[in-house]
Design a protein around this ligand. Structure first.
Ligand code: NAG
Length: 204
């Protein structure tokens, strides 16, 4: 069993995204489609998501999958319709035509962290886990890439209410959100959770 787990893990590391991910991985997620537009049309209350499972020292911890060529944008804010000057975190995964990922402190403002790399595909879902600690540390994990992928410690901590998604001109995206955290959340280190996760992957 551990051998199978290791093998799957290595496949993930080599390819970046998980080309073996079964469709059943999305069964318990909610789906949201974004037109090819840099607009955050809808917002979701983070604290109303059933699979938001923060650790004790965290405000939130959520898992997503996205299918798109470029610009998978996540907005965390206290506004239903975020304007450029509103307090927010904007996470850009695979921006600049899938060459760079960043965290910004407001919509479309300067990057506070950035990393070069190609991490998106229209064919294979990119798995994304984001968490925020109560002390203001925002972490983006892309399982299958180096951990953490992006990390930003804000000078002042804040509570956040809304989550939103957007894309870029002419590049639609298919998001899966409110996904179970599995081994990336509380309880994930417990051996039963690890074996349950292996069974899901192997049976497909
Ligand atoms: C974006 O990247 C793709 C794949 O590398 C490339 O074919 C395309 O020309 C690029 N588009 C732009 C606008 O740079």
């Amino acid at each position: 069993m551990i051998g199978i787990f290791t093998a799957l893990f290595l496949i993930k590391l080599v390819s970046g995204f998980d080309t073996n991910l079964p469709y059943s991985a999305f069964n318990e997620c909610k789906e949201y489609r974004v037109d090819g537009q840099y607009v955050y049309k809808d917002s979701f209350n983070i604290h109303g998501l059933k699979n938001n499972r923060p650790y004790d020292n965290e405000v939130f911890r959520m898992k997503f999958y996205v299918l798109t060529d470029r610009d998978a944008n996540i907005m965390i804010s206290n506004e239903r319709k975020v304007q450029n000057n509103d307090n927010a975190y904007e996470i850009v995964i695979g921006g600049w035509n899938n060459t760079k990922s960043t965290i910004r402190k407001n919509k479309f403002s300067v990057e506070v962290v950035e990393k070069l790399g190609s991490v998106l595909s229209a064919l294979y879902p990119t798995e994304i886990v984001i968490s925020l600690k109560q002390d203001g540390e925002l972490t983006v994990i892309l399982p299958g890439y180096e951990r953490p992928y992006l990390n930003f410690k804000d000078t002042k901590a804040s509570a956040w209410t809304y989550l939103g998604f957007s894309s870029w001109e002419n590049t639609p995206a298919r998001w899966f959100y409110d996904c179970p955290l599995g081994i990336d959340g509380p309880g994930g280190n417990d051996i039963n959770t690890i074996f349950a996760n292996i069974d899901i992957r192997v049976s497909n």
